[in-house]
Design a protein around this ligand. Structure first.
Ligand code: DAH
Length: 340
């Protein structure tokens, strides 16, 4: 076996490498000469037929042949990989410089935003959240809140009646009763949630939200109630906001009042939203009726309380200047996306 033979193998391999069109072919071609059963490995097997003097020189030329083929392989391979990539990019429709697709992230619903803000404000003065079920026993929705049986006040609420003395709760006030019956006093709670009434137009939805507040302690007065409501209105609508109470009636409070605040849109000057009165109603309130305390096993001679219930849609409509309550339930993304 002569060095010419080795040179011949190398020349043939180089020619074969150079004729390859892609990395795959090139690799196969490399295996043919440098692989375990490749031409150069077979040549090495002939070493045993050589005299000991001839062996080192022979071994060295095989090694040099290997090295030079390896390095040719490496450079050609890099070249072919690049070429292949360029071809693929040219063929496919992919343009790596085009902007990507926008990934849309969700947003909080405006009602959720308002509830969170209300909780945030009132938790600063010690209120903490309680929840109750949407399907409520008639007793808790009405009777324990001092609505006498067959009293017309039950009609006021356009109730959705269900089987077995249950109703879709018409207000969050039953959570007052649930909390009074299960927790120790004094307490200060907030109860946000969904309520239902059989009613629907631009300012009434059959399903809407309220935030209920209840503060029970040894000595609690209308003055404390006014202070809390005023603090809330100023924090939510702005420092300049004023509040007023108008006498009203709720079976579960005595005395009862309707809460108005100066219209945040016209600062009390009178506009379309406040019907030129300068005032907007945001909810009801009052001192907890002694009968309500009694029916929850709280002694009205020892404890007093006040409660309030605010309409969340109302708060949101005023804050975001919306004129139709139905927007909240339509799930129109063009509307919802504005509340990022
Ligand atoms: N529950 C009443 C309603 O839905 C709102 C309300 C009024 C809640 C006075 C109260 C309150 O806690 O004291 O119309």
């Amino acid at each position: 076996m002569s060095t010419e033979k080795i040179n011949q193998i190398v020349e043939e391999a180089k020619a074969s490498f150079q004729s390859c069109q892609n990395p795959d072919e090139l690799y196969k071609s490399k295996v043919k000469v440098l692989g375990k059963k490749g031409a150069l490995s077979l040549v090495m097997q002939e070493m045993k037929n050589l005299s000991p003097e001839e062996r080192p020189a022979f071994g060295q030329s095989v090694n040099e042949a290997k090295k030079s083929l390896e390095s040719l392989y490496a450079s050609l391979s890099e070249e072919l990989v690049k070429q292949e990539m360029a071809q693929k990019l040219a063929q496919s429709m992919l343009d790596p410089e085009l902007p990507g697709f926008e990934v849309k992230t969700g947003t909080y619903h405006p009602i959720e935003l308002v509830i969170r803000e209300m909780i945030d404000i009132l938790s600063r003065i010690g209120f903490s959240v309680r929840l109750g079920p949407l399907i409520e026993h008639d007793d808790l929705n009405f009777t324990a809140l001092n609505f006498p049986e067959d009293h017309p006040a039950r009609e006021m609420q356009d109730t959705f009646y269900m089987k077995h003395d249950h109703v879709l709760r018409t207000h969050t006030s039953p959570i007052q009763v649930r909390t009074l019956r299960s927790e120790s006093l004094p307490l200060r709670i907030l109860a946000p949630g969904s309520v239902f009434r059989c009613d629907s137009d631009t300012t009434h939805a059959p399903n809407f939200y309220q935030v209920e507040g209840l503060w029970v302690d040894k000595k609690v007065s209308m003055a404390h109630l006014k202070g809390v409501v005023d603090f809330f209105a100023k924090s939510y609508f702005g420092d300049k906001t004023q509040t007023r109470f108008r006498p009203s009636f709720f079976p579960f409070t005595e005395p009862s009042a309707e809460v108005d605040c100066t219209c945040p849109l016209c600062a009390g000057q009178g506009c379309r939203v406040c019907s030129k009165t300068g005032w907007i109603e945001i909810g009801g309130c009052g001192l907890v009726h002694p009968n309500v305390l009694k029916m929850s096993d709280v002694d009205p001679d020892q404890w007093q309380g006040f409660a309030f219930g605010f309409g969340v849609e109302r708060m949101a409509m005023i804050k975001y200047r919306l004129s139709d309550i139905r927007l909240f339930n339509e799930n129109d993304l063009r509307f919802l996306e504005q509340f990022r």
